[in-house]
Design a protein around this ligand. Structure first.
Ligand SMILES: Nc1ncnc2c1ncn2[C@@H]1O[C@H](COP(=O)(O)OP(=O)(O)OP(=O)(O)O)[C@@H](O)[C@H]1O
Length: 639
């Protein structure tokens, strides 16, 4: 999509549209210039001084009888030019300094950071006033003063962005290949900060407009006979009780223009977020529309229409030329109130599958699927507003690290009630009551006292339960819990499992539990899906999986679970070989190099996920007998 098309897309938001129209009108007036209004704006006529609204003077006249509307229109060009020039000076001084300092050696970077911080500590208007006082009144000094005042803001933003880029893997790779200095700045830093900077410029123009108008108002900016909106405001204020419009109208012009810049900047910022990019990509990328995302067309589509339907989900990183697909055509569905587990080794794609469902993939990750439906509604095509509401009310996600998922600065009450206040229109009192009830549901003692605490005042297990309580504040049809017990000790793990079980029984919420711990998953879930190298390789009811796992990988996983009745002399089983990530998948079954049942076909052809007994399995040798020793313990070969 071209940049122009992306900009027009942004103006499809209501705020962007209103701001865009206002800006276009103001820009047109500025382009026309003071010409058409010049005589009415400057002609002195004491006979009509301070006249009210009339057909001849729509906004009345000032104390010399000059038409107020004509003066405002005539001042548009100069007011805008002053603001744009000041922003330009700020950007030219601040952006290169900040961006370059992000790439400096650490010592110089720290020094530059301190310098920027000191400059930022000074209020911008104070800086502008001091510079103006030193240089003397006049529009040139006003522009320079405001430019210097806004420069540190630009520097700080570009420094932060530059530092992020400096820490990126691609800059490290460029440095390794000998790229440095100016080329690093020109080709690696600047292009990557351009977009957020354009948005920042839009926002700063609005501040600069206000600041130059303020200097004009104080008599430090544009000097007579020229005039800008700030000057008009100052003149009008002298007679505000006799001719109020002469003061109000230029003020409205400043506020309206500033607001329009902000609205457009805001719409641009919204349009540049990864979420927008994903939606745009999905709807407009012709390759994606026609391409079959599934690497294995024979995979059965999930047919049960339920809480969640995922059909041939694919998650992709990297560029279009060299994509990397950590999730490769995952299909499953979940019925209402069902408890399903996803297990697999680290890097098998469990978390990315969940994040794609929740539309939370980190940028630049993108997903596509034949169908991705929550509560029967296709997530990929539902308009953004409805999608937010759908995900906000029907889906809850609990992550592994609750401390980083909870806002450290907000009390639990605020965090628990936020979602419900936004989506359910409940009063704060009722929402707080519900929050206390939910904290009780997840077995937090003294919930009405706890609700007034901050996250750091709770233990790890409590924080995890608070996250679950937060998830069930609405009426979620599905709760995704990604490794919710991993960082917790065994007792607290058991409590969390109990809470999830109770939540399912009492509220009927379906639970998708992600874990690398097969024992946790088989304890809680009705059905278990095993992932390997970005695909589901086995999907079975729990009882079948425990009694007779079909895939050799699942069999090895089951054998590696320690149990109380196993001999203490016997070493714990391990699965031979190294886990394979989706990037490393070549021809054939990704598990083939580690499989005890491997045959030639496994090395040549990746098996599709097909119906198998009570579930589905992706294996050419499902249920085949394992060799002697390993049939008792398939993972013992390497133990
Ligand atoms: N932000 C990212 N950018 C690029 N690739 C990524 C990113 N996040 C994940 N991946 C790739 O996707 C693979 C699967 O990641 P995912 O987080 O889904 O694994 P997982 O099965 O949940 O493992 P774990 O249990 O360790 O969290 C990773 O091995 C990595 O190669």
């Amino acid at each position: 999509m071209t940049r122009l098309k992306r900009v027009t897309q942004v103006f499809r938001t209501p705020g962007g549209l209103v701001g865009g129209i206002v800006l276009l009108v103001i820009a047109a007036i500025a382009v026309v210039g003071p010409g058409p209004w010049h005589s009415a704006a400057t002609a002195i006529d004491p006979e009509v001084a301070r006249a009210g609204v009339s057909n001849d003077h729509l906004l009345g006249t000032d104390d010399l009888g000059r038409d107020v509307l004509a003066r405002i229109l005539a001042a548009t060009r100069l007011s805008l030019l002053l603001a744009l020039a000041a922003t330009g000076i700020g950007a030219v001084l601040g952006i290169p300094f900040g961006a370059a300092s992000g790439l400096f050696a650490p010592r110089w970077r720290r020094l530059a950071g301190r310098l920027i911080a000191v400059m930022l500590a000074f209020p911008a208007i104070l800086t502008a006033l001091i510079v103006c006082a030193i240089l003397g009144p006049g529009q040139g000094s006003a522009v320079l003063a405001v430019g210097l005042a806004v420069a540190p803001g630009f520097a700080r933003l570009s420094q932060t962005l530059g530092a992020t880029i400096a820490g990126s893997e691609y800059v490290a790779a460029a440095r390794v290949t000998g790229v440095g200095g100016w080329r690093l700045f020109r080709y690696y830093a600047l292009p990557n900060i351009a977009e957020p900077m354009i948005i920042a410029v839009m926002m700063v123009v609005s501040d600069a407009l206000l600041a130059t108008a303020a200097l004009g108002f104080l008599g430090l900016g544009v000097q007579s006979p020229s005039f800008d909106w700030g000057g008009l405001l100052g003149d009008g204020l002298r007679n505000i009780y006799i001719a109020p419009l002469a003061a109000i109208a230029p003020g409205v012009a400043v506020v309206l223009t500033g607001l329009a810049f902000n609205l457009v900047g805001d719409a641009l910022a919204g349009g540049s977020t990864p979420r927008h990019r994903l939606v745009r990509r999905r709807r407009h990328d012709p390759v994606q529309r026609h391409e079959d995302p599934a690497p294995t067309p024979t995979e059965p589509s999930p047919n049960a229409r339920g809480v969640l339907e995922v059909d041939r989900l694919l998650v992709e990183f990297g560029t279009a030329d060299s994509p990397h697909q950590p999730v490769r055509g995952v299909s499953f569905s979940m019925g209402a109130g069902e408890m399903v587990g996803i297990v697999g080794e680290s890097g098998s794609g469990k978390t990315l599958t969940a994040l794609a469902v929740a539309q939370l993939l980190p940028y630049p990750g993108r997903s596509r699927a034949r169908r991705l439906a929550l509560d029967g509604q296709e997530i990929q095509t539902v308009p953004a507003g409805r999608l937010r509401r759908l995900l906000g009310t029907r889906l809850a996600v609990v992550f592994q690290d609750p401390l980083s998922s909870l806002n450290p600065a907000l009390r639990l009450e605020r965090q628990l009630t936020e979602k419900i206040l936004a989506h359910h229109g409940m009063s704060r009192r009722v929402a707080t009551q519900l929050a206390v009830e939910r904290l009780g549901d997840v077995r937090i003692n003294a919930p009405s006292q706890r609700i007034r605490q901050l996250p750091h005042q709770l233990s790890g297990g409590m924080r995890q339960r608070v996250m679950i309580a937060m998830g069930i504040m609405g009426t979620p049809a599905l709760l995704i819990a990604d490794e919710p017990t991993t960082a917790l000790d065994v007792t607290v793990q058991a409590q969390i499992i109990d809470v999830l079980r109770e939540l399912n029984a009492v509220h009927g919420t379906a639970v998708l539990l992600i874990s690398h711990d097969l024992s946790v998953v088989t304890e809680l879930c009705d059905r278990v899906m095993v992932m390997y190298a970005g695909r589901i390789i086995e999907d079975m009811p729990r009882s079948v999986l425990i009694a007779k796992p079909a895939h050799p990988y699942t069999r090895a996983l089951m054998a590696s679970i320690p149990s109380l009745d196993m001999s203490q002399d016997r070493p714990l089983a391990v699965i031979p070989g190294q886990s394979v990530s989706a990037e490393q998948v070549q021809e054939g079954c990704p598990f083939a190099p580690r499989c005890l049942l491997v045959i030639d076909r496994c090395r040549q052809q990746e098996p599709p996920l097909v119906d198998h007994g009570a579930g589905r399995v992706a294996c050419w040798r499902a249920d085949a007998e394992l060799p002697d020793e390993s049939s008792r313990n398939p993972a013992s070969v390497q133990s």
